[in-house]
Design a protein around this ligand. Structure first.
Ligand code: UFG
Length: 339
């Protein structure tokens, strides 16, 4: 019998790509979103890629009665929880808004999952490692004190899941994403930042299309080979496939222990300048950029050791940075109606 996965925040950037991969892998997916941080573009794109309408539930995960009703309406085998605020800077200005939204919503999911015997996958982040002492980071690398309320909610939600699994005999996985970038090869779904993008790749594509005048590279005097920061940029479709592997591992009861954590990255560090140069080369264009002062709070260098995910999940990043950066550009052109 087909298994059903609930994707909270399923109309967002990561949630929409995960929905496509899960459906193509044979799962029934229920998308749930309160649409507070996105429009219908990605939901429509998902339906266009799959050639059919998927169940969509407009709900706020902070509403515990609505969450419970949702879990009662469907037989949900696993829930993947993406519904959360995600802007680091905004979280510093509005900590209460972040704590209320990101913690309440996950607590409601955990409560319903406990009651209904649902497996839980939590979308965590490499932000939990802070500035690592040693790179690449493994899942055993120590977490560092969070530097923003956003980062703190990721750590706290990981702990909520760990403790609930232990106390209630549940099963849970936390995936720690490195830097998700790119878009679906169809260019029908992708990242839709609100206002001025904080993240590098949306800023690059918006500069290339003419929406932004100039990309600022934040600092070129870091202790790295070319002086710019190092990150592990993971293709969004590769990242989405890791969720399929993790959900299947839970549903098929193949876990080594009831709560597991996996790094989801490529294992390959790339500097900001290398990424910009690759983008220019693969898309055959010149980007207007300048070197600007360092951005406060930036980690100098972090990339994943993805061995555990490779071995236990049977997952590996496969798309090249060129394919990924071409997909990001195709998506921006699609949005501009130029493709
Ligand atoms: N960068 C620029 N110019 C820009 C934007 C970014 O030079 O306009 C640089 C940053 O300084 C950094 C790199 O590009 O060196 C990557 O920056 P992103 O903002 O794309 O990504 P981060 O690694 O800073 O952010 C990620 C996740 C967040 C998470 C954060 C924690 O996107 O969700 O790590 O540090 F919280």
């Amino acid at each position: 019998m087909k298994k059903t996965v609930l994707v909270s925040g399923g109309a967002g950037f990561i949630g929409s790509h995960v929905t496509v991969e899960l459906t193509q892998a044979g799962y029934d997916v229920v998308i749930a979103d309160n649409m507070s941080n996105c429009d219908e573009t990605n939901y429509k794109g998902v339906c266009a890629i799959l050639g059919r309408q998927l169940p969509f539930e407009k709900i706020d995960f902070c509403d515990s009665a609505a969450v419970e009703a949702l879990f009662s309406r469907y037989t949900i085998d696993a829930v993947i929880h993406f519904a959360a605020y995600k802007a680091v800077g905004e979280s510093v200005d509005e900590p209460l808004m972040y704590y209320k939204n990101n913690l309440d919503s996950f607590l409601n999911v955990l409560e319903a999952a406990r009651k209904h015997g649902t497996h839980v996958l939590f979308s965590s982040s490499a932000t939990v490692y802070g500035e690592p002492e040693k790179t690449p980071v493994t899942e055993e690398s120590p977490r560092q004190e969070a530097t923003s309320p956003y980062g703190n909610t990721k750590q706290m939600c990981e702990d909520f899941l760990r403790d609930c699994v232990k106390a209630y005999g549940m099963h849970g996985i936390a995936l720690r994403y490195f830097n998700p970038i790119g878009a679906h090869p169809s260019a029908l779904i992708g990242e839709l930042p609100r206002g001025v993008p904080n993240n590098l790749v949306p800023f690059i594509t918006q500069t290339a299309i003419g929406k932004r005048e100039c990309l600022s590279i934040f600092g070129n005097d870091y202790p790295t080979p070319d002086g710019t920061c190092l990150r592990d940029y993971i293709d969004i479709v590769d990242l989405a496939r890791a969720h399929v592997c993790a959900v299947t591992r839970m549903i098929e009861e193949r876990m080594d222990k009831p709560y597991e954590i996996f790094n989801i990255g490529t294992g390959r560090p790339l500097s900001v300048l290398e990424l910009v140069t690759s983008f220019e080369k693969v898309n055959n264009l010149k980007l207007n950029y300048r070197i600007a002062p360092r951005r406060p709070g930036d980690v100098v260098a972090i990339w994943a050791d993805p061995t555990l995910a490779n071995e236990k999940l049977g997952w590996k990043a496969t798309r090249t940075i060129e394919e990924t950066l071409a997909s990001a550009w195709a998506w921006e052109k699609h949005l501009a109606g130029r493709a």
